[in-house]
Ligand binder design. Sequence first.
Ligand code: ATP
Ligand SMILES: O=C(O)C[C@@H](O)[C@H](O)C(=O)CO
Length: 333
Amino acid sequence: MTTVLPFHSDRPIDLIGVGRLCIDLNANEIYRPMEDTLSFTKYVGGSPANITIAAARLGLKTGFIGRVSDDQFGRFIIRYLKKEQIDTSSVITDRSGSVTGLAFTEIKSSTECSILMYRDNAADLKLEPDDVREAYISNSKAVLISGTALAKSPSREAVFKVLELARKHGTVVFFDIDYRPYSWASKSEVYTYCRLVAMQSDVILGGREELDLIEPNLSESQDRDDIETAKRWFTHGAKLVVVKHGSEGSIAFTPGGETVRAGVFPAKVVKTFGAGDSFAGALIYGLMQGFSLSSCLELGSASASIVVSSHSCSDAMPVLQEVQYVIAQHINR
Ligand SMILES: Nc1ncnc2c1ncn2[C@@H]1O[C@H](COP(=O)(O)OP(=O)(O)OP(=O)(O)O)[C@@H](O)[C@H]1O
Ligand SMILES: O=C(O)C[C@@H](O)[C@H](O)C(=O)CO
């Protein structure tokens, strides 16, 4: 049974990403602590940026609503998005003296990775409600909201404006909880703001721990059962809930009772991060093509296996042929 999301197929834009545009500085000397790192490679980063790049690489018509700093990093990000054919008409250069968020990534081993975030005065959280244009949202089939954009004002208010306009115009809302503790003042704020957005979203994506953060009073173990979690979100109008379980795979639920599980594709893992963003970008692509849930999860899993096997996140986002090759190789094994 194909999950039917109410995309307005006649709209010129497929997906608009909202929020974080930052720079990844990935350690070149991998499999050692960052204290011993000598050099880094610079990539565009930020979870919603990565997901939008993933979707664009797969062929979706994409745009972005966000702010970048008025410096070399800001110009690098805008140039990169344009190169990826991502519309940047709503990517604003912030002139308040803000800086680009930096994600220093430490790759201690293929399973032990961490991210050191420098996000003081980050331009992405300076996004303002006036940066959000109604016509932009109404011309898009879908928007992708990442939870971290709710961590501070005025970005928080800008996101709620995106949400209001999306619901007004029937633009499908994808919400990736994207919990990044370094951006939040407290878990109670995560609960307050991310829950408000999730309650108005069509598709909710998160890991088990992220989903637990946006529900109240989860005491008994069955409360943390994925299907029970999904059922509760269906009471708020969600049309699809996807739970990510890292190297254990993923599970998707629909209000109609469909449950689809997906494993992972074999990968020579270089680093673990970037899996969720590549997974989400390919999942969104599949849903927009009207593919079955099983095929959508397969696309996401295959895409993730490519990115975890790579040094970068954004640069490594695969084109459709690469994803299809991974799937075909697995079938023919
Ligand atoms: N080691 C792995 N090998 C192959 N596929 C993986 C691996 N880890 C994750 N994946 C795939 O990527 C999907 C998302 O991974 P994960 O649950 O780690 O998301 P995430 O925590 O949002 O990732 P990120 O680190 O990008 O934030 C998984 O459901 C799985 O399909
Ligand atoms: O989203 C972030 O701020 C970090 C990303 O740039 C990084 O590529 C990552 O962790 C992807 O999941």
